[in-house]
Design a protein. Structure first.
Length: 45
């Protein structure tokens, strides 16, 4: 479980567009722009 610091939360909240990257179980990556990312709590976006 990761912990988002106050600085990390601030950066996410101030961005108009960001990029989210994930990796599938087979190792293939996915990177895409997101315009609606928000902070839910200390360890979830």
């Amino acid at each position: 479980m990761g912990i988002l610091t106050d600085d990390m939360k601030r950066v996410v909240r101030q961005q108009r567009m960001g990029f989210i990257a994930t990796v599938c179980p087979d190792g293939s990556p996915n990177l895409s722009p997101k315009g609606t990312t928000t902070v839910w709590d200390d360890d979830r976006l």
